[in-house]
Write a protein that binds this ligand. Structure first.
Ligand SMILES: *[C@@H]1O[C@H](CO)[C@@H](O)[C@H](O)[C@H]1NC(C)=O
Ligand SMILES: *[C@@H]1O[C@H](CO)[C@@H](O)[C@H](O)[C@H]1NC(C)=O
Ligand SMILES: *[C@@H]1O[C@H](CO)[C@@H](O)[C@H](O)[C@H]1NC(C)=O
Ligand SMILES: *[C@@H]1O[C@H](CO)[C@@H](O)[C@H](O)[C@H]1NC(C)=O
Length: 640
């Protein structure tokens, strides 16, 4: 079956032509009507709306609605969405793990909205014995007939990339008057990184593709889903120098997410693009008759499939889905819970000093400010950093690419050994502007050793700009850190890494009640063991030759390691591979200081020693080439 019958194709063209006009009219009508305020864009407050559902009516009333809301607009024109809704594994997390605070409203973009709503509800019913959750709402009214602001937002946030938009395969043949255009789902990014070229490829029938096939050289192989794993198909056809692989689903079967399994997934990745489509009778027939068929690949923009309203009522983006699973909705909802907790933590009374208020950070200079500290804050015992990283516009697509290290340095007394010491560290969220974190850095209060302090926040000078806000929050606590001593910094994680560290001797100052080790350690780069970003390293501070204080980055090789940090503030659904655990950090998260109370390990009235070492799999690092590196700030902190 083709995706667009001639009749539908016309309708589709018509839709695209009238769409801008419709959008403008919606705005005009909204301005003067009872439908509520115009939705201008991301982070605006969402206006009230209500939509009919299969069970009655769903009503969203700002200020009265409790929790967050995800709005999903389904269309079966998207192979990504078809696969998302056809796999029990992809659906189950929505039934079993959707955070209590979240509701989901399911809509359809098409005329088939009623049958789509019934089908979506039925699909969820298959994975749940208890029936679908009361927090899931299914509307039988198509998006284009909703009569509220939702279509305008879905359309104006429309897109083509990152599993948004409609990925398609276009078949052509000299025998046909029209191309045959079908939806496609590309193989999952993690084992097949190669993407389709812009050109037209020859299409060749290669059976089930489970063994190398002569004649597919330089062509795209057309293979059934039967007989062997997706991996085996791509691997055996790659041996025949195929240019790409198109797997078609059996009759009546859905498009599936092409993944690898077990040991297949280990690198190196195969260098061939692949995708799944439906069985297309006209293609099958042409190939059977020996007619030449070509295929090319395109993406057609579509309205956005997912938008959200957070617990504070703001309209926000959902980010990217790396593959079809509802886990991405759950992670976004977990982050809304985190952010609600953060906002209430910020209600706790404190003395707040603003250092940066939406200041652009870019280049060698980064963001800089000089702040005068009033006398009362110099007496504080507790210091927290409230940081947010947003983007030049309210839309995520204006955000900087890549996960980069951001460091905050402080200098108060220019003569002091502490001038330009690191006060905090964060990693940017790949193309997402919602990062907001609160970090307790109280042990470093002694770095504020003069009433006028300069703060510099920066990342790689070649990075795109971020817009930073930084507040210092001062408070009181039972013990006061009164002195810090810098210990070790990091460096290249190579054979000589540990030889560079020497035992540090120290005595506790008079009136010390408690001594703490405070370290901020992150691993970066990639040698042949993927060290230090993606390998498990351990960091040891041996005190007085007997006490071994160890920090191990166990999550650094775990596929979903950083998803576990969403409830602690890691920004979900970034446009990069944010899911994997890393060496002491996650994309879109603060780097948590590691704090160990050393008091019992020390002689407070005598001499003590500490020595650092960093190991890979309990041994000294020994990469053969391209060693990674450790960024470390570490201190002894003395409290009275
Ligand atoms: C989605 O489309 C496929 C073919 O393109 C079809 O087999 C399937 O029944 C459709 N599903 C729904 C819910 O319409
Ligand atoms: C079909 O693909 C081949 C190989 O890429 C190319 O040389 C040829 O021009 C294409 N034919 C058409 C009609 O696009
Ligand atoms: C595939 O390409 C390689 C390198 O160009 C060549 O050596 C090999 O013979 C080709 N194999 C087949 C089956 O065409
Ligand atoms: C510290 O303990 C870890 C295991 O927890 C061990 O691998 C390491 O060798 C120890 N280091 C020292 C210096 O004793």
């Amino acid at each position: 079956m083709t995706l667009f019958h001639v009749e539908n194709l016309k309708k589709h063209i018509l839709y695209n032509i009238v769409n801008p006009i419709v959008k403008c009219c919606i705005y005009i009508i909204l301005r003067g009507s009872q439908l509520g305020p115009v939705q201008r864009g991301a982070r605006d407050l969402a206006a009230a709306f209500s939509v009919p559902t299969l069970d009655g009516r769903f009503v969203y009333e700002p200020g009265l609605f409790r929790g967050s809301l995800v709005i999903h607009a389904f269309t079966n024109k998207s192979a990504f969405l078809e696969s998302l809704w056809s796999s029990a594994e992809a659906l189950a997390p929505l039934v079993h793990e959707l955070p209590q605070s979240a509701h989901v409203l399911f809509l359809s973009l098409d005329d088939s909205a009623l049958s789509d709503a019934l089908w979506m509800k039925e699909q969820l019913g298959f994975v749940s014995q208890r029936g679908t959750l009361s927090r899931l709402h299914f509307s039988p009214v198509p998006v284009f007939a909703l009569g509220n602001w939702i279509p305008a937002v879905l359309n104006s946030w429309g897109c083509t990339t990152h599993n948004c938009g409609l990925s398609q395969a276009v078949f052509t043949s000299g025998e046909w008057k029209m191309p045959v255009i079908v939806k496609r789902l590309d193989a999952r990014y993690d084992w097949l990184t190669k993407r389709w070229g812009q050109r037209s490829y020859r299409l060749v029938d290669a059976g089930d593709g489970c063994v190398p096939s002569p004649g597919v050289e330089g062509a795209v192989a057309w293979v059934s889903e039967d007989g062997c794993s997706f991996f085996t198909k791509v691997q055996s056809l790659a041996k025949s120098n195929v240019s790409g692989v198109l797997v078609y689903a059996g009759p009546g079967k859905p498009i599936r997410d092409m993944t690898c399994e077990g040991a297949e997934c280990d690198p190196p990745a195969l260098d061939v693009p692949a995708a799944m489509v439906h069985l297309e009778p006209s293609v099958v027939q042409a190939l059977r008759l020996g007619q030449s068929v070509n295929v090319s690949f395109q993406a057609t923009p579509s309205p956005k499939f997912f938008i959200c309203i957070d617990q504070q009522g703001a309209l926000v983006e959902m980010g990217g889905f790396l593959y079809p699973t509802f886990k991405f909705i759950n992670w976004q909802a977990q982050w809304f819970d985190f952010h609600t907790r953060l906002l209430s933590a910020l209600q706790i009374p404190a003395t707040v000093l603003s250092v940066f208020d939406r200041v652009q950070m870019q280049g060698q200079r980064g963001a800089r400010a000089t702040v005068h500290l009033p006398p009362e804050v110099l007496d504080s015992d507790l210091l927290e950093l409230e940081v947010s990283l947003t983007c030049p516009s309210s839309r995520d697509m204006s955000c900087a690419h890549w996960d980069r290290t951001v460091q905050l340095f402080v200098c108060c007394d220019p003569q002091s050994e502490h001038c330009n010491t690191e006060l905090g560290r964060w990693i940017t969220a790949f193309r997402r502007g919602s990062g907001h974190w609160l970090t307790d850095v109280s042990p470093l209060l002694p770095l504020l050793d003069s009433p006028t302090c300069s703060f510099t926040m920066k990342t790689d000078p070649w990075a795109m700009p971020w817009v930073v806000s930084l507040n210092l929050r001062f408070n009181s606590a039972p013990l006061r850190p009164f002195r810090v001593t810098s210990l070790y910094t990091g460096g290249t994680f190579d054979k000589g890494y540990n030889e560079r560290y020497q035992t540090f001797q120290f005595m506790a100052p008079d009136s010390t009640k408690k001594v703490e080790l405070y370290a901020v350690i992150t691993g970066h780069g990639s040698d042949e063991n993927e060290c230090v970003e993606f390998c498990v390293t351990s960091h040891h501070f041996t005190v007085n030759s007997v006490y071994n204080n160890t920090l191990t980055f166990n999550a650094a090789d775990s596929p979903l390691g950083c998803t576990l940090k969403v409830s602690e503030g890691a920004v979900p659904n970034e446009y990069g591979t944010w899911l994997y655990g890393r060496g002491g950090w996650c994309c879109g998260l603060q780097v948590d200081p590691w704090r160990v109370d050393l008091t019992q390990q020390l002689d407070l009235s005598g001499s003590n020693s500490v020595l650092y070492s960093g190991l890979f799999e309990d041994r000294h690092p020994n990469p053969s080439a391209q060693p990674g590196y450790i960024i470390m700030s570490s201190f002894l902190v003395f409290y009275k």
